[in-house]
Design a protein around this ligand. Structure first.
Ligand SMILES: NC(=O)c1ccc[n+]([C@@H]2O[C@H](COP(=O)([O-])OP(=O)(O)OC[C@H]3O[C@@H](n4cnc5c(N)ncnc54)[C@H](O)[C@@H]3O)[C@@H](O)[C@H]2O)c1
Length: 325
């Protein structure tokens, strides 16, 4: 028995585009909405303040993807020249349980997180959205913008803010080269990204005692707010003023809330998860005036469906290293 090991570079060299990841993740959400997935809420350990190492297992029927992601987020890493998010993903053969691949999961995490923001926009933003705001110009913000460009084809203007203006500048330089038709505008204050923005997403450092800068009254009527950083960036009032509050997994959200560290300020009523929207069980946006909020925590189904495509490409191309079990 042998498994395939894929390094970060091996994964990247398989050339899975954001369009490919969006298709895989949308299908994963659809299968989740149809009850064709198994995904217990993620347990985690916390060896340092504000740091986490999470175990994220999932099985997705039809796609036949089964596995576990073991992913860490350390806010102190960037100061040491190390990435905030690192980790590994193990895929198993669903028929035998035998491990078939081990791969770096940083690229997968970034791409499927961006795709989840894009899918939230697909179902919950106004389709004619042309202005976006971004708080936190890091890795997840880059992939989220890549996905928004796919799902909101009329996107023209993007307002960018980071606690480090140099990070915002790097982001704008890079994304400007990738999407020359987009107008990227630097903003000094978080409130400035909200001005007239149709979609706003936040991807700042996740902290346990946040002072969220995005407050009620800032999101315009008809706007969509997407949080990728739990409740670090948005006040309880900002979430509660929205007509619909959605998430990527209700079970995981309630389980995290129960631990008492995050989500104490979310609205009582969770309208839908992205699975229900993708499966057509609930309607997403129904008019151009409603304010909608999506809290995307990141789910293992997204990881497994993405990893399965990468695995199949590695089998086909011979990429990676074969290791004995
Ligand atoms: N929901 C998901 O699926 C998912 C997946 C991965 C990461 N995340 C979360 O996304 C967030 C960003 O992760 P990343 O990998 O992009 O990290 P990153 O370090 O690459 O980027 C974070 C950026 O936010 C900026 N920042 C930090 N605090 C800020 C503040 N208070 N105001 C403005 N800017 C601030 C940093 O300067 C940095 O540029 C984290 O909270 C992480 O836990 C979510």
């Amino acid at each position: 028995m042998e498994l395939i090991y894929l390094s970060r570079k091996d994964v990247e060299d398989l050339h899975m585009t954001m369009k490919d990841v969006l298709a895989a993740v949308d299908n994963g959400f659809r299968l989740k909405g149809l009850g064709k997935t198994e995904m217990p809420p993620k347990p985690g350990i916390h060896p340092r303040p504000n740091a986490f190492i999470h175990a994220m297992p999932a099985y997705v029927q039809e796609v036949e993807a089964a596995g576990l992601k073991w992913v860490s987020g350390y806010p102190s890493n960037p100061g040491k020249g190390l990435p905030y998010i690192t980790g590994l993903l193990v895929l198993n053969d669903p028929a035998t349980g035998i491990p078939i691949a081990v791969m770096d999961c940083a690229w997968i995490t970034a791409m499927r997180t961006g795709a989840s923001a894009g899918i939230a926009a697909k179902y919950l933003a106004r389709p004619d959205s042309c202005t976006a705001g971004i708080l936190g110009c890091g890795v997840q913000a880059r992939t989220s913008l890549m996905a928004l460009v796919e799902t909101l084809p009329q996107l023209k203007e993007v307002r960018c803010c980071d606690v480090f203006p140099a990070a915002a500048k790097r982001f704008m330089d890079e994304m400007g080269k990738l999407f020359p038709k987009l107008q990227l505008i630097p903003c000094d204050k978080p409130a400035d990204i909200m001005k007239d923005a149709d979609v706003v997403f936040s991807a700042i450092a996740l902290v346990t005692k946040p002072k969220p800068p995005l407050d009620a009254g800032m999101l315009k009527a008809g706007g969509l707010g997407v949080s990728l950083d739990y409740d670090s960036a948005w006040t309880s009032a900002a979430m509660k003023e929205c007509d619909k509050f959605c998430t990527d997994d209700v079970g995981q959200m309630l389980s995290i809330k129960e631990h008492g560290v995050y989500f104490s300020g979310i609205p009582k009523k969770i309208y839908a998860d992205l699975g229900e929207l993708a499966a057509g069980k609930k309607k997403g946006r129904t008019n151009a005036r409603e304010k909608i909020f999506a809290m995307n925590m990141g789910i293992a189904v997204d990881d497994m469906v993405t990893a399965k495509v990468l695995y199949e490409r590695a089998v086909k191309t011979g990429a990676g290293v074969r290791l004995p079990l």
